[in-house]
Design a protein around this ligand. Structure first.
Ligand code: DX5
Ligand code: ZN
Length: 223
């Protein structure tokens, strides 16, 4: 089942609670929480205290994407603030194996992400321990950028790995997803589509989510 995880980065930060409630009403099963530290990426968003405030406004999965240099140090505070899943970057400073164990030990699902310039095969040793692998289809840091179709071989690689090993691995794409690019990502094998501006910027957000899902399910998987 393909799902859309709307990225809260494109929400009105002055009304985050209401924005989260609206996403719930629009039928989003997950909410993608983009955390940026101004060090790992050239932008600062918000931290665990802000996320905690909107936990009560959304019933579904809090899908936390840590774009920070030290995910190991901050994972416990995000767990406490209501994260269901934490995805951290391979390129961060943290020891990946240790970070996976700590997040798992906190009772959460675990994901690992790669930036556009990183070869996806670096994730291979960790895949059996992961619930999710995230392929960035823009340079992390900002919403509203253009989808990079040249990242699709990474998605295909992950889908092939999951098929070969019969593992249940969510394959997430993040960056530039809309009703057109969703089809490209789904054809390559993605099943969790993060969408920020295409959903939050739409006049009717439910329509926007449905359009993305329609596009994703209208294509056959090529892998
Ligand atoms: C980028 C973030 C994305 C971003 C997606 O650094 O990780 O989640 O907000 O936004 P759009 O869909 O507008 O590219
Ligand atoms: Zn993200």
């Amino acid at each position: 089942m393909i799902k859309v995880s709307p990225s809260i980065l494109s929400a009105d930060f002055a009304n985050l609670g209401e924005e989260a409630r609206k996403m719930q009403q629009a039928g989003a099963p997950w909410l993608h929480i983009d955390v940026m530290d101004g060090h790992f990426v050239p932008n600062i968003s918000f931290g665990a205290p802000v996320m905690k405030c909107i936990r009560k406004d959304f019933d579904g999965i809090f899908d936390v994407h840590l774009m920070i240099s030290d995910p190991l140090a901050y994972a416990p505070s995000f767990a406490k603030a209501g994260a269901d899943m934490i995805t951290f970057h391979y390129e961060s400073d943290a020891d990946a194996r240790k970070t996976i164990d700590v997040i798992r030990g906190l009772g959460l699902k675990v994901g690992m992400a790669v930036k556009p310039g990183t070869d996806v095969s670096v994730l291979e040793p960790f895949l059996p321990q992961l619930d999710l692998a995230l392929v960035m289809t823009v340079e992390p840091g900002f919403g509203g950028q253009k989808f990079m179709p040249q990242m699709m071989p990474k998605v295909e690689y992950l889908r092939r790995w999951a098929q070969k090993t019969h593992a249940s691995l969510w394959i997430q794409v993040d960056g530039g997803i809309d009703a057109v690019t969703a089809g490209t990502a789904a054809a390559a094998g993605a099943d969790v589509l993060v969408a920020g501006s295409a959903v939050f910027g739409a006049a009717d957000r439910q329509d926007a989510i449905e359009a993305i899902l329609r596009s994703a399910s209208s294509v056959g998987r090529t892998v």
